[in-house]
Ligand binder design. Sequence first.
Ligand code: PHE
Length: 349
Amino acid sequence: MDIKKVLNEATKQIERCSSQQELQNVKVAYLGKKGKITELLKSLKDLSLEEKKSTGAKLNSLRTDIDDLFKNKFNSLKVKEINSKLKNEFLDISFPPPNLIPSKVHPISKTFDEVISIFGSMGYSVAEGPDIETDYYNFSALNIPENHPAREMQDTFYIDDTDKDNKPYVLRTHTSPVQIRTLLNEKPPVKIIAPGRTYRCDSDSTHSPMFHQVEGLFINESTNMGDLKGTLIEFCKQYFNVQNLKVRFRPSYFPFTEPSAEMDIAYEIVNNKIHLGTGDLWLEILGCGMVNPTVLENCNVDTNIYQGFAFGMGLDRITMLKYGLTDIRSFFSGNLNWIANNGFSIGDY
Ligand code: PHE
């Protein structure tokens, strides 16, 4: 057996390898279970005791030599790979970005600003409440008792922590709890809107688990359903910039308003584009009604003196309608190209 020859051959093959994978293949061919050296070691069993001793020792040192060759080559290949990575993936952090993407205002932010400005001009102030609510503010105080089917109208996200009533906290399913917070803190007359984030366990092209609503609440001694309709029609005319906007109010049910209605606006598709305010198709944009006296009483408001209306409008929905956007999920994609194409410059205001 020519041990020198085997060593020479192995040295050559190892030298020729230019990648770690290639080297690994050669290693298997020599030192693997069925490799050359392994086979040679196996053949020792056919030799005499004397030969076994001398050849065995030689084979063992051959195996160690070859193993060292592999180790050295692996290391040098690794260094080479790191060096070439360092060279090719060089990053100059002081280099200016090639395409400066101009900052844009998100369509939802623009809608927030417009909603606040339009209702602001009608005398509404802005109120706020927390996104994480108690069961009481989100449901019970709004006349949605436990085990009431109305609770299932809104697929709620519950939080793994309980409040002082031992009820799990919820991500608010609507902005209506701000009605309660405001009425408990302020004496009527009250005239507020509450724009903000809301959450429901629902997701498709027109529903997002996190979405936006604006709540409206107007309580005084005489406000009636006619005022409610006038307010909402005026808002839509201004927001959608359409003077003759066809709308309808459909009777509906909410535990916290009585009577209750939903407002739809008319639209039609002209040349593949949505046209608002005319036509025979209807899109629901909000729920509203006269505040249920039970809710006012829950907030210690004297219902012999005070009454009023409330509404809750989907801000994502009206934004999509206004700008002809079809997938609510695009609002929350965080895609810079999307915002570059669909966002607004401050100058557009
Ligand atoms: N909170 C209701 C919803 O999210 C909307 C609404 C608000 C209805 C105020 C009536 C009065 O569906």
